[in-house]
Design a protein around this ligand. Sequence first.
Ligand code: ASP
Length: 348
Amino acid sequence: MRCLVIKSIAVAFLLLSRPAISQGEAALDQTSDEAPIAIVIHGGAGTISRDSMTAEREREIRGILEKAIRAGYEVLERNGAAIDAVTATITILEDAPQFNAGRGAVLTSESRVEMDASIMTGHDLGAGAIAGVRGVRHPILAARAVLEHSPHVLLAGNGAEAFAREQRLEFMPESWFHTEFRLKQLRRIKAREAAKTESVASDHSPDDEWFSTVGTVALDRAGNLAAGTSTGGTANKRFGRIGDSPIIGAGTYADNRSCAVSATGHGEYFIRHVVAYNICARMLHAGETLAQSADAVVNGILAEEGGDGGVIALDAQGNIATPFNTPGMYRATIDREGNLEVKIYGDE
Ligand code: ASP
């Protein structure tokens, strides 16, 4: 009897003294080497045409997409968690100045960088997001910290930055985020605005419709899905404007029972049509396949309304859909057979 009591106390002590486990570890209780893994990333949708692309830029972009997706796939191959694959890819894309996330993010009308990001895990509907933050090198890690180390889902502005500092995330000076490309883009938009030669109601005038937000959806060997999205928003946005990317259900969603989605495009439309959740809900409640549901939302609902953009989507069986209603979308996939594809244009 005495022995039993001592044993119980020892077990209770061990349980209590266990370090807090991350979402990734918690999700990976059961894995099987037979189970499918897959990953899809995007680097934004928009007016991406062969005419507007130099060979050098195209090579750079394809190279970074490949590097990022391979990093995420390696995590999955090592039986890592889907959420770890999401952060492994997005941190690479956030550091790449070619994309509108982290370094190289678009500028607000006041020439500042204000970033949004979100992340979600499909086994428990865990979600974390940050909006309107400045200086955080990897906004996706701040979103993940909200998920794993706070009781909240979405933190914004100063509060989100203070939280990121508490979490000891890396900060960079404002100048580190700025690129010549984004500065010229802002000048062009402002010049058009001043000349009033075009409608300026939209922030996206023809050759500036390069959303280039980044996102990832991943499926790990435990059968768990995760999704993440990171962005600087839209060029010339009003300070304080928040798009769909940090809004769970609009720009990002993951539910093991249906699918994982990361969106890119004109955020105001994606918020109104709750795009990411809408795609998952149609599968769950209307019995649509991933391909049917993603196509109906992107090429049906959004296209009819004039909501430009696209999504990447992945279900728990490893099916992939990447519909977009713009001329192009930067994207890469590694499917359940391990095939890698990197694509940019609509006709690829
Ligand atoms: N969806 C983002 C936003 O509206 C922009 C993008 O996808 O590039 O903030």
